[in-house]
Ligand binder design. Structure first.
Ligand code: NAD
Length: 409
């Protein structure tokens, strides 16, 4: 899917075939075995990955996910998408990603810590402040980043906060990082509403995924007065035509309960497939890849799809949605707030000077809105979708960097 997107854009922009060949491959991928002594004394071996798609424009940057569904090709695609995202935002970073094939809900906190520490030790030569800087993704969080930083720092004999972003604030994290992806989605949606003449306060919203990304955008839009009629997690979701009480559902989630077990009069259970087809103004897929495909694209019932997750829409679905006049705001633009504030965390760490929340959000808004304007203008000029326009900008910038550096040797 990631390669196919490059094919489509390359054709549209007349990209050099050699550059295309180069961009469709990752620079390096590492597969590691992670042996862990479980609490019951048994040994389990998990498989982990770290991939650099491109470090042409700077050190690799991208999250680490823990999921039983993680596999190498998925991590390669996610690393590639990080390259485009950083290029689109003009951040001096490349694209990377990592993951461990594990169901973290089955691990105790001590097992999770041992897994994280051993995984870090196994990938240690591929990460570092000048090489590749991981961050949280699905099922990873600031505590996990703290353990990674600790292992790396112990190996180097000094504290190296710059090896990860999304750290707890007490050890060099940035204010506003946890909410950054949600905040970024909001800034982009607000800008799009101006273009489309929509009033954000009257929008009806559906959100798939209720973790860091889905939960934060739900909370922000709820506070702005928009009506969130459905949200879901891996267990399924809840729907109420009159709107959901988002703070109440976040408090429920934070006790480690699934949404399917939340009972309230007027709230109906919906599956993760059904939630995507609920009638609304804005659908925000914020869980995993491949959710909107050629199988359900004709049943999607909204004006705007704002991609909180990476890769939720397939190229086949994109074509159907375009023909149906549904505006898709692509992941590499819509959810770029996270990596943007990760970059701020990285530079705050280098300078040992930490910003206030107002500054973080202002700088975030400036960078995202500049990228949004570039993408929107190009999409109108070339009469292409926002995704194609975003890719054209990102790929052109990267191709120029490759051309300037030349191909080694
Ligand atoms: P998270 O672990 O905090 O939340 C994931 C949510 O999706 C949870 O509600 C989970 O129950 C649900 N989910 C997981 N697997 C599912 C499945 N198979 N079907 C339906 N729902 C499922 O993760 P997150 O950090 O919010 O990341 C969500 C998406 O956003 C991912 O695609 C990630 O790559 C992307 N993203 C995250 C960030 C970030 O800063 N965290 C930034 C940009 C993009």
């Amino acid at each position: 899917m990631a390669k196919k997107q490059v094919d489509i854009v390359a054709k549209e922009m007349g990209l050099d075939e050699n550059i295309k060949k180069y961009l469709q491959r990752v620079e390096r991928s590492l597969i590691v075995s992670i042996p862990i002594i479980m609490d019951n004394g048994d040994l389990e071996v998990f498989e982990g990955y770290r991939v650099h798609h491109s470090t042409v424009r700077g050190p690799g940057k991208g999250g680490i996910r823990y999921s039983k569904d993680v596999y190498l090709d998925e991590i390669k695609a996610l690393a590639m998408w990080m390259t485009w995202k950083n290029s689109l935002l003009k951040l001096p970073l490349g694209g990377a990603k990592g993951g461990v094939c594990v169901d973290p809900t089955k691990l105790s906190i001590k097992e999770l810590e041992r897994l994280t520490r051993r995984y870090t030790a196994e990938i240690i030569n591929m990460i570092g402040p000048d090489i590749d800087i991981p961050a949280p993704d699905i099922n990873t969080n600031p505590q996990i980043m703290a353990w990674i930083m600790d292992v790396y720092s112990m190996q180097k004999g000094k504290s190296v906060p710059g090896v990860v972003t999304g750290k707890p604030i007490e050890i060099g994290g940035s204010v506003g990082r946890e909410t950054a992806t949600g905040m970024g989605l909001y800034f982009i949606l607000e800008a799009l509403c101006v273009k489309l003449n929509l009033d954000l306060r009257y929008l009806i919203i559906v959100i798939q995924g209720f973790g860091n990304v889905g939960g934060n955008i739900a909370q922000i839009l709820y506070e702005k007065g928009a009506k969130i009629v459905a949200v879901s997690d891996i267990s399924g979701g809840l729907y109420n035509e009159g709107g959901l009480d988002i703070p109440e559902l976040i408090a429920w989630r934070d006790q480690n309960y699934f949404l399917k077990d939340f009972v309230k009069r007027d709230y109906e259970f919906v599956s993760n497939e059904e939630i995507l087809e609920i009638g609304c103004d804005v659908l925000i897929p914020s869980a995993i890849e491949n959710q909107i495909t050629e199988l359900n694209a004709n049943n999607i019932n909204c004006q705007i799809i704002l991609e909180g997750a990476n890769g939720p829409t397939t190229p086949e679905a994109d074509e159907i949605l375009e023909n149906r006049g549904i505006v898709v705001v692509p992941d590499i633009l819509a959810n770029a707030g996270g990596v943007c504030v990760s970059y701020f965390e990285y530079i705050q760490g280098i300078h040992s000077y930490f910003w206030k929340l107002d500054r973080v959000n202002l700088e975030l808004k400036n960078i995202l809105l500049e990228a949004f304007e570039d993408v929107y203008t190009l999409s109108k000029e070339k009469k292409v979708t926002l995704r194609i326009a975003a890719y054209m900008i990102a790929i052109a910038r990267l191709s120029k960097a490759i051309e300037l550096r030349g191909i080694f040797p």
